[in-house]
Design a protein around this ligand. Sequence first.
Ligand SMILES: [Zn+2]
Ligand SMILES: [Zn+2]
Length: 307
Amino acid sequence: MAGPGRAGQALSAMLLLSAIGAGTYADRPQPRSIRIAGEFRILAADFHLHSSMWSNGTLTPWGLVLEAERHALDAIAITGHDELVDARIARRFSRWIGGPTVIVGEEIQSQSRYHMVALGVGERIDFRLPAAAAVDAIHAQAGIAIAAHPLKRFDGWDAAATKRLDAAEICHPTIYQRERAQEEFEAFAAGASAAAIGSSDFHGLGAMGACRTFVFAADNTPSAILDAIRARRTVVYGRDGTAYGDPALIPLAERARLREAAEEWRSRGGALDWWSRVAGVIGLFGLIVGGAERPASHPPLRRQQSP
Ligand SMILES: [Zn+2]
Ligand SMILES: [Zn+2]
């Protein structure tokens, strides 16, 4: 009777162990490579991450910093929903460990039907503001305003707001989930003259940095990165390897093999990553179900006598 149950438990444990092994290998940290193009350093950045503190992500602010290291990101922005605290914690932690540059930011989830990422702000932006006024409020703090996933259904954008924007997301994970998303982002960008941004809007599932922005900055300080976005010095690769961004920088990006780098990070892990997830779920399920059935096959526990 106990034989098949125990064999099942052993198989589940083996599956779980192989999942942990495959996951650890697929997620092994990669060295950040320093890329130079003329007077600029090319930085790989992800400007839209959510933590588990007040922002319904699954990783802590320090967990996000460590995950960014694993994904060879030079710079990240932690963008809590209408708050800045977790970004400040992550910035302190990353300075302490010599990790990637952390830019303090927030994602404004507006009542006026737009989502906007504010980078480099010190005070929260009022989410009740219409989009154009929110952009002005970000600029008043010398921050950068980025349209977050500007799909058609976010209809809070008017011409005044899009004209004022510094940047707009053109690569966001939805382009790999919905056929029309890339076109909708392109249509938005066409009316905005904004820097191209690739962001993963990472909440814990999916891959951080799968959509990333290559920033051509003087150095890796937050102010140099914000200056580069202001000057529209970014290149982003979208679906099918389409390049977006500064037309003068795209040839430099090609020469630096950024297209290949973007594709590698998007498809990173591949079969190993898939196995890690599937075997992990099956193994864990097997252990839980097996564990729940076990007490019935054991003699009742005797009450411990005190000596
Ligand atoms: Zn959003
Ligand atoms: Zn978001």
